[in-house]
Design a protein around this ligand. Structure first.
Ligand SMILES: NC(=O)c1ccc[n+]([C@@H]2O[C@H](COP(=O)([O-])OP(=O)(O)OC[C@H]3O[C@@H](n4cnc5c(N)ncnc54)[C@H](O)[C@@H]3O)[C@@H](O)[C@H]2O)c1
Length: 269
């Protein structure tokens, strides 16, 4: 069996539990021959679930808060030491909005929370890239992937201030993608994923109905976490070397749909 990521070294952010998209990426990356370190916010380690994943994937865990430049700098230093060289792929799978968590209406946002949403969910991508850039920690043709959502382009009211965070995340991928591509041939992309049953996903109000709506609207149905993991691997691989600065929809076709017959029929019921 060929191993798509044989010999590649990576850092995977955001595996919280078995449902996490990052968890699936780690499992699949290990199967495809990659070696990597796992990282998450120190507070997320308390659940202890990540230890099971680390054991399964033969990976070390380095705690890092993605809003701390100090943590991120240490992370890249330790990861290159542990893995014995520069990094070939990074998964940014991080998102959190205190406004969503505390059910603040969009017309009554708390701005301290809003700052936190942006810092954790979007500026963190810039911080990760800047930490890597300053240490020259990534190999040429390395691939950085962050996970986004279509609320960056279109309004999904319950997604609240996460919409602004995702718009910024995608913009950072383009902007840093230019600079890192020019300097080191490093690629930076976002994957805009279908609604997925995870801790972050199901925290959005009305998630179940919305999940079902997107599923029935998309000709292929919603993309699952494992499908997303496989797409991430393709972007980490050498088969996508010329793909950079893109936001790539991975949503079963949802993003190009207007209406379909089933949705029209449902209106006359
Ligand atoms: N689930 C969905 O419906 C969906 C759809 C599209 C995009 N996404 C995106 O996918 C990514 C992964 O989310 P998920 O659905 O797997 O949920 P998840 O809850 O399993 O993952 C979110 C992760 O972010 C981590 N995190 C939060 N604050 C952090 C910090 N300060 N530093 C480091 N890590 C921190 C959490 O510990 C957790 O591991 C997020 O960017 C999310 O917005 C999810």
């Amino acid at each position: 069996m060929t191993q798509l990521l044989k010999g590649k070294k990576g850092i995977i952010f955001g595996a919280l539990d078995e449902q996490s998209i990052a968890w699936k990426v780690a499992e699949r990356a290990a199967e495809e021959g990659a070696t990597f370190v796992l990282t998450n916010a120190p507070i997320a380690m308390r659940m202890g679930e990540i230890n099971k994943l680390a054991e399964k994937c033969n990976a070390q865990i380095i705690p890092a808060d993605a809003t701390s430049d100090e943590d991120l700098s240490k992370l890249f230093t330790s990861a290159t030491e542990i893995l014995g060289g520069k990094i070939d792929f990074v998964l940014h799978s991080i998102g959190m909005s205190p406004n969503v968590r505390k059910a603040r209406p969009y017309t009554d946002l708390n701005y301290d929370f809003f700052h936190k949403t942006i810092d954790v969910s979007a500026m963190s991508l810039h911080r990760v890239l800047q930490a890597a850039y300053k240490q020259d920690a990534l190999n040429e043709w390395a691939s950085v992937v962050a996970l986004s959502y279509i609320a960056a382009q279109r309004t999904f009211p319950d997604y609240s201030d996460m919409a602004e965070a995702k718009a910024m995340l995608e913009s950072v991928a383009r902007s840093f993608g230019f600079h890192y591509g020019k300097a080191k041939k490093v690629r930076v992309n976002t994957i805009s994923q279908s609604p997925t049953w995870t801790t972050a996903g199901s925290g959005v109000p009305g998630f179940k109905e919305f999940f079902n709506y997107a599923d029935s609207m998309s000709p292929l149905g919603n993309a699952s976490a494992i499908d997303c993991a496989n797409y991430c691997l393709s972007l980490f691989s050498d088969y996508t070397r010329m793909v950079t600065m893109q936001n790539l929809f991975h949503d079963g076709g949802f993003s190009n749909m207007g209406i379909n017959a089933a949705m029209v029929a449902a209106q006359s019921e």
